[in-house]
Design a protein around this ligand. Structure first.
Ligand SMILES: *[C@@H]1O[C@H](CO)[C@@H](O)[C@H](O)[C@H]1NC(C)=O
Ligand SMILES: *[C@@H]1O[C@H](CO)[C@@H](O)[C@H](O)[C@H]1NC(C)=O
Ligand SMILES: *[C@@H]1O[C@H](CO)[C@@H](O)[C@H](O)[C@H]1NC(C)=O
Ligand SMILES: *[C@@H]1O[C@H](CO)[C@@H](O)[C@H](O)[C@H]1NC(C)=O
Ligand SMILES: *[C@@H]1O[C@H](CO)[C@@H](O)[C@H](O)[C@H]1NC(C)=O
Length: 333
């Protein structure tokens, strides 16, 4: 009897203690160091509404925009997407040492440079800082984050050259630097990445010079170099043994003879429009399983080869050339 009474007393005492105990609550999984850093980030961003759930009295593993690792309970993901938020990426982001995913996206008032503090985050796999107003250079420190599989810095105000050291990333699946104000050439080193060959997205910049000679051996599945100021001979990139599927080289200053180019058999989409490409369409194009083709606005001549997919495209895939003729354009004289 006595013992059960005692038990009752002690358990109600415990309950009382629990109820009046200030936070963090009994069930909190969140690591206190991570919580402290997240609250610093919130403060540095001037307490935006999108982070309203970041309440110090609750478990930070339950907060919006973050995720905790299931076993270590360390913050491994920070994703801030499309909210009303102004200011710069806080340096404190670099103090979440177990981050694997870092995303700031569609935040038009996010300005300033990409902070060097991000270089501390060695576990990062996915970085997306895109559709923001970040400016300054593409930092070379990304090349030290060896586990990166995806780097997207597109739709920003980044300027300056592309750091060649990014080719040292051994696990990169895709590199998006498109829609910035990047200048200078495509680095030579991009002809050979340390491990996997990433999809390369460099469109809508002000890149200039020739494509590097090392691109002879570069075999990405997808490459978009459109809307730059690239020039010279693109034919070195193409060869029948590659496995490239989608390429967009449109709106540049490429100048070469297309007549003897051998395209990869795997090619499904080819955009060469708005360049200074001369010669004729090679006969081998009839053996390609193309779903998209645009060679308009060049200096091509001669008869469009008959067969394959070539007559399945409309007039506007071929128009505005010097003297290209035959279906779907007007017949050759
Ligand atoms: C961006 O800042 C401007 C000026 O302070 C403000 O009017 C606008 O609402 C902000 N937009 C967003 C999406 O935060
Ligand atoms: C960058 O800011 C300008 C205004 O300063 C705005 O017009 C533009 O949409 C913003 N860019 C992005 C990608 O949000
Ligand atoms: C990188 O990834 C590998 C394989 O997933 C993992 O074993 C390693 O611990 C990771 N390194 C870092 C620094 O996260
Ligand atoms: C970003 O670039 C756009 C277009 O060039 C410009 O209108 C805008 O003011 C720039 N924003 C910042 C924050 O530099
Ligand atoms: C090809 O490019 C030209 C020039 O940009 C454009 O006018 C035309 O609509 C494009 N055709 C196709 C099929 O994309």
């Amino acid at each position: 009897m006595e013992t059960s009474k005692l038990f009752l007393l002690s358990s109600s005492l415990l309950l009382l203690l629990l109820a009046t105990r200030p936070c963090p609550s009994f069930s909190e999984r969140c690591n206190p160091k991570d919580k402290k850093v997240l609250l610093q980030i919130k403060k540095a961003l001037d307490n935006p509404y999108i982070l309203a759930s970041w309440n110090p009295n609750t478990d930070c593993c339950e907060w919006y925009c973050v995720e905790c690792d299931l076993t270590t309970h360390r913050i491994n993901s920070l994703t801030i997407f499309s909210g009303k938020l102004s200011g710069q990426i806080p340096d404190a982001v670099g103090d979440l040492p177990f981050l694997e995913t870092l995303i700031f996206r569609k935040l038009s008032n996010l300005t300033g440079q990409i902070p060097p503090a991000i270089a501390k985050l060695k576990h990062l796999k996915m970085v997306r800082l895109s559709w923001t107003n970040l400016s300054g250079p593409v930092p070379a420190f990304f090349s030290e984050l060896k586990n990166l599989t995806y780097l997207d810095l597109s739709f920003n105000n980044l300027s300056g050259p592309i750091p060649g050291s990014l080719s040292l990333l051994p696990n990169l699946g895709a590199l998006h630097l498109d829609r910035n104000h990047l200048t200078g050439p495509i680095p030579d080193s991009f002809g050979k990445f340390a491990g996997s060959t990433p999809g390369l997205y460099l469109s809508h910049n002000q890149l200039s010079g020739k494509i590097p000679y090392s691109f002879r051996g570069f075999d990405p599945t997808v490459m978009d170099l459109s809307r730059n100021k690239l020039e010279g001979d693109l034919s070195i990139f193409f060869n029948a043994k590659k496995s490239t599927q989608v390429v967009d080289f449109s709106r540049n200053l490429f100048q070469f003879d297309l007549s003897r180019v051998e395209f990869p058999k795997s090619l499904t989409s080819l955009d060469l429009s708005h360049n200074k490409i001369a010669g004729s369409l090679p006969e081998m194009m009839t053996s390609l399983d193309l779903q998209f083709l645009n060679v308009s606005y060049n200096r091509l001549c001669g008869k469009i080869p008959v067969g394959g997919k070539l007559q399945s495209f409309d007039y506007d895939s071929y128009f505005h050339n010097r003297c290209l003729c035959g279906a779907p354009l007007q017949s050759c004289k």
